[in-house]
Design a protein around this ligand. Structure first.
Ligand code: ACO
Length: 336
């Protein structure tokens, strides 16, 4: 589904501020070499990842999300009392319930907010931006904080070299508000899902279908499972198609985009999507080498890093694109 481009009468929804939080502990490829049968060379060549951040014991997903949200609110000059919507994209919440977003609400002191989580895996932030935009434009809300936050280290099987080298923890956030009297903002979003591929990337246990019991506890069912090659193939296809649909809806080409910010799962996926979009490499943002794949957090973390580095300015068009378990995917184009 691709949203219609903004009409003359619609008030634009803009991003007032961005923020991120990366846990302090740096897990290097060298340390992983000591834990499983892998090498820095294999990880670097196949994934582009050199290091990732891991949350400390007692540092919960809601703590990461709160710090990212607070940084975005500080940049946006928005007080907690002004926030009336909190959406947190995550699949590694503190608990099955309540929602991690409610814990963030409490941490921030945003007592007037409606808060809910969004389970679209790595696409969570992009789904969240579109839902936040729609609720601001039609639902009477004024200020939204959209977060992507994961503590994936809690669901990684640290004995499985196929997956444990890929992931890291982190959080990113954006503050959204309607802005009268100017164009731009979130222009168009394309989203999609395909449950036929639910089995290629999942956490099979620990939910209500297969609870963890004394009998199955050693099967590590509450950890992330992935068919790497199939995920790779689907990721490149769905992300590039979604970008083409969003650009077509706006009647623009890659030449009109200042910066592409893709989900940071694997450098080869990022480069393959860049090639399909015919985007010059310098137009495609990359920080996967430093953070690995932090799920729903990669896009808002990269957005904040690019923003603070001055990689785009007011009036530039940027394109965010992601892909995740579900399958889910989405692309959004923003005029800054
Ligand atoms: N170190 C050393 N060897 C390894 C490692 C490792 N960490 N992991 C796997 N291998 C071995 C395999 O066992 C295999 O050995 P074999 O040939 O003896 O059987 C060999 O390396 C090649 O494995 P492949 O699976 O063919 O490697 P591939 O080139 O496909 O790369 C990878 C694997 C990196 C996982 C790749 O498929 C990939 O990136 N897939 C997408 C992953 C991804 O992006 N997931 C998340 C997306 S959505 C989300 O973010 C939630």
């Amino acid at each position: 589904m691709t949203s219609p481009p903004p009409s003359k009468s619609s008030v634009p929804v803009v991003i007032l501020g961005t923020g991120r939080y990366n846990p302090a502990y740096v897990l290097t490829n060298a340390e992983l070499e000591r834990r499983v049968d892998t090498s820095d060379d294999w990880i670097t060549t196949r994934t582009g990842i050199k290091e990732r951040r891991i949350a400390a014991a007692g540092e919960h997903n809601s703590d990461l999300a709160t710090k990212a949200a607070a940084a975005a609110m500080e940049q946006a000059k928005v007080k907690a009392s002004e926030v009336d919507l909190i959406i947190c994209g995550t699949v590694t919440g503190d608990m099955p319930f309540p929602a991690t977003s409610c814990l963030v609400q409490e941490n921030l002191g945003a007592h007037h907010a409606t808060a809910f989580d969004l389970g679209a895996a790595c696409t969570g932030f992009i789904y969240g931006l579109e839902i936040g935009k729609q609720l601001l434009q039609g639902g009477g809300y004024k200020t939204a904080v959209v977060i992507g936050s994961e503590r994936i280290s809690s669901v990684v099987d640290w004995t499985d070299r196929n997956t444990c080298v890929l992931f890291g923890d982190g959080a990113g956030a954006a503050v959204l508000r309607q802005r009268e009297g100017r164009g731009g903002g979130i222009l168009v979003t394309d989203t999609g899902s395909d449950g036929r591929f639910a089995h290629i990337l999942n956490q099979p246990g620990g939910g209500t279908r297969t609870p963890i019991t004394a009998e199955n506890v050693h099967d590590r069912l509450a950890t992330l499972k992935m068919s790497g090659k199939e995920v790779f193939r689907q990721a490149v296809g769905t992300m590039s198609t979604s970008c083409h649909k969003a650009m077509k809806r706006l009647g623009i080409t890659i030449d009109d985009i200042t910066l592409v910010i893709p989900h940071q799962a694997n450098i080869r996926i990022i480069e393959a999507v860049g090639e399909k979009l015919k985007a010059p490499p310098e137009k495609v943002f990359k920080n996967v080498d430093r953070y690995g794949n932090s799920g729903a957090a990669t896009v808002p973390m990269a957005l904040d890093e690019a923003h603070r580095e001055g990689r785009f300015k007011r009036g530039d068009k940027i394109l965010l694109v992601a892909f995740g378990a579900g399958l889910t995917w989405g692309c959004t184009i923003i005029e800054w």
